[in-house]
Ligand binder design. Structure first.
Ligand code: TYD
Length: 232
């Protein structure tokens, strides 16, 4: 056997995305989960969208500064897609191929919700962009952090301090209500991929809920084994 045939390809890592409205606590929860996975000896990286790769971070600046707003939601969607394309190719896929777990702050559901549901961009365009940017790369699990709008806005405003709100933080209460509803609908429509987590609690309690979602969606093998035992 030569060296090449002996070299084993690592098992693909898992791809977990975090979604939610402003102030839902995504960054805190991503970090807490990364610490927990690393402690369990699962090599893990955290990343974010828009951004996460050198090219995508440039586009992030264009989008969040509000410079691209004047071009309209379709053009904004194309910019989010361009950023995603670079991020997937440069960071996400190479990491997963090396067996690393990837935790990503926002992904395609953000485009579906912000540009699709709220920006009224044609779902056909959203789906076409998904085909081009991610192809078969679906998240193994999407954690949707759910908080009442007033709680989320209060947290976001505390975190921001005296800084100016970005392109989307500056939207009003009804925008954020629609956002929350749209996320809840995604969780309902795709329960195999998505876990809706009540994030209106102490961060440690929320972290335990996130961990329970991983256990249920990714680590749970009990059901198929039970079925096998019954058959035997
Ligand atoms: P960010 O500063 O990363 O904040 P947050 O803590 O809310 O994630 O801002 C990212 C913003 O970009 C956020 O308001 C959602 C928006 N966004 C979209 O509109 N479409 C997208 O596809 C993505 C990835 C983000």
């Amino acid at each position: 056997m030569n060296d090449a045939s002996k070299a084993r390809k690592p098992v693909r890592g898992r791809f977990i995305t975090f979604e939610g409205g402003e102030g839902s606590g995504k960054s805190t929860q991503i970090q807490m989960l990364a610490d927990r996975l690393n402690a369990a000896k699962l090599r893990t990286i955290t990343t974010r969208e828009p951004g996460g790769s050198a090219g995508a971070e440039i586009i992030r600046h264009l989008l969040l500064s509000g410079m691209a707003k004047a071009f309209g939601p379709e053009a904004e969607s194309l910019l989010f897609a361009a950023a995603r394309d670079d991020h997937v190719a440069q960071v996400i896929v190479p990491a997963l191929d090396q067996g690393t777990w990837v935790l990503c702050d926002r992904f395609t559901d953000s485009t579906r919700v912000y540009q699709g549901e709220l920006g009224k961009v044609d779902p056909k365009l959203i789906r076409a962009m998904e085909r081009v940017t991610i192809g078969e790369l679906k998240p193994d699990l999407t954690i949707i952090l759910d908080v009442p709008v007033a709680v989320g806005m209060e947290r976001a405003s505390k975190r921001r301090g005296t800084a100016t709100p970005d392109r989307f933080e500056g939207e009003g209460v009804s925008f954020h209500e629609k956002l929350r509803d749209a996320y809840r609908r995604i969780a309902e429509t795709d329960p195999k991929r998505c876990a809706l987590v009540d994030a209106n609690a102490d961060p440690k309690i929320v972290a335990d809920r996130v961990w329970a979602a991983l256990r249920d969606h990714l680590f749970s093998v009990a059901a198929p084994r039970e079925v096998e035992t019954t058959k035997a």
